[in-house]
Design a protein around this ligand. Structure first.
Ligand code: UD1
Length: 437
């Protein structure tokens, strides 16, 4: 199994190009099921999760062509030969549940495996199902599968999410585009990936208002058509690489992203003393001399501080001059990186959903274990600042969400390399792996 070796203590300098958003692409691909014409996605990221979604769509009868070295995906959905999303694929990636709404809206039938357990919390899909039931879906949970039917088609409805869910909002939004009448989704998620999905659905002919707010109003149409849509930049990859010079020292320009995508995160980063400047192509992040200031962070749905940057921010705060508190409000078990960071000399105490981080003067390299996607990259970031060598095992988590991570960081002067053992394909997850984001 692969591991990544980082030799810390080198300041970074250079440019890193930000790829297209993994999470946006994972909802745009199943949106293709809403039409029988091809959907072309440009600026697609080249990641294991995207390949998993392609395999899932192909298992339903879609054709997924990967052009320009994977940067462009064309999803052809003319022939849907199978309405069953199998456990073997769904268990690898929770976002697989996003085929449910579109398939149901298009053909009135879908069978999708329940995603099952997951490393960062229970993560049920009850809200996806409640929203689809409000639109008229008949649902039956049997044998670990959701059996969904809408023999007379879906109808518009008013539905208020009891808590904000990105995936449930996406599923309901996609289904509502082909439902009869008007749907109003309240307390909807307003993450940039949802706004991107709305833009794509509009290009496909959908009638939607309210993206970026908590209320989405969807006027159902009879049919949608194919289009070409550019995937937005990945704000989590952007935030992660903004933290690289912040923790290792130096100055790096991130091209292709913007401050607006990471506003709440940038505010906290600047509060530590790190400088963030807007440039023509993106953002430049520069670490000042001396130690950084501690800050308190509370994760929240957008526009709050993203849970997907909590682990990486914790890595930075382990070296701040004072005590920081990180409160995780989205997922109940998302501090698995804390014990690994402690193996590198960090001082962290976790009580329930709050981690108290007392900054230390230095971290020391150690062998550590990745537990989920964002936890694993937090260990890489810590390794960039640590004295000596850090070896991060189980890096298949990283390959789900970061394309060419070693190449991007080493182009800025980091000493980082992938070690491949036992002849397995680089980045391949073991079969029993359950998805963590
Ligand atoms: C998406 C992102 C993930 C990110 C998360 C929160 C994708 C592919 N993944 O995940 O990277 O960390 O948003 O920003 O876009 N919940 C329920 N019932 C449900 C659905 C969710 O109780 O039916 C709970 C979850 O357990 C969690 C909270 O709602 O505590 C938010 O989860 P949600 O926004 O749905 O996350 P995902 O869409 O799975």
């Amino acid at each position: 199994m692969d591991s990544i070796l980082v030799r810390g203590g080198r300041p970074l300098s250079g440019r890193i190009a930000i790829a297209g958003s993994k999470n946006a692409c994972l909802t745009l691909m199943p949106a293709a099921l809403l039409t029988d014409e091809p959907l072309t996605l440009t600026n697609a990221p080249r990641l294991a999760d995207i390949r998993t979604m392609a395999v899932l769509l192909e298992s339903l009868g879609c054709e997924v062509a990967s052009l320009q070295d994977g940067r462009v995906l064309v999803v052809g959905t003319e022939h849907i030969s199978n309405h069953r999303a199998d456990y073997d694929i769904v268990r690898k990636m929770r976002a697989s549940i996003l085929v449910l709404g579109p398939m149901l809206a298009r053909d009135g039938a879908a069978v999708v495996s329940l995603p099952g357990g997951c490393a960062i919390g229970a993560r049920p899909v009850d809200l996806h199902l409640e929203a689809l039931a409000a639109l008229g879906a008949e649902l039956d949970l049997r044998d670990g599968y959701v059996h969904a039917r809408a023999p007379r088609g879906l109808h518009g409805a008013r539905f208020t999410f009891p808590l904000v869910s990105v995936g449930a909002t996406e599923n309901a939004l996609m289904a509502a585009t082909l439902a009869r009448g008007t749907t109003v989704l309240e307390n909807a998620a307003c993450e940039p990936e949802i706004a991107d999905l709305v833009r794509c659905l509009r290009r496909m002919g959908a009638r939607i208002e309210g993206e970026g707010t908590g209320t989405l109003v969807i006027e159902g149409v009879d049919r949608l058509h194919g289009t070409t849509h550019p995937v937005i930049p990945d704000r989590i990859e952007l935030g992660t690489y903004m933290l690289a010079p912040a923790i290792a020292g130096g100055s790096v320009e991130l091209t292709g992203g913007s401050r607006a995508l990471v506003a709440a995160f940038t505010e906290k980063l600047e509060a530590t003393g790190v400088t963030v400047e807007d440039t023509e192509d993106g953002l430049r992040v520069t670490r000042p001399e001396g130690r950084l200031r501690p800050v308190d962070v509370v994760t929240a749905p957008h526009p709050g501080f993203p849970t997907d940057l909590q682990a990486q921010m914790m890595a930075l705060l382990t070296l701040a001059d004072g005590t920081s508190q990180l409160e995780e409000r989205i997922f109940e078990n998302r501090f698995m990186h804390a014990p690994e960071l402690m193996r590198m000399g960090a001082r962290i105490e976790v009580h329930g959903g709050t981690a108290t981080v007392t900054g230390v003067e230095e971290l020391r390299g150690a062998p550590v274990m990745a537990t989920d996607l964002r936890a694993s990259v937090s260990l890489i970031l810590a390794g960039l600042a640590a004295k000596g060598e850090t070896r991060v095992a189980r890096v298949y988590h990283l390959d789900r969400g970061y394309e060419r991570l070693e190449a991007k960081l080493s182009s800025c002067g980091a000493a980082i390399e992938r070690m491949t053992r036992d002849g397995g394909a680089p980045g391949q997850a073991p079969a029993e792996q359950v998805e963590g984001q």
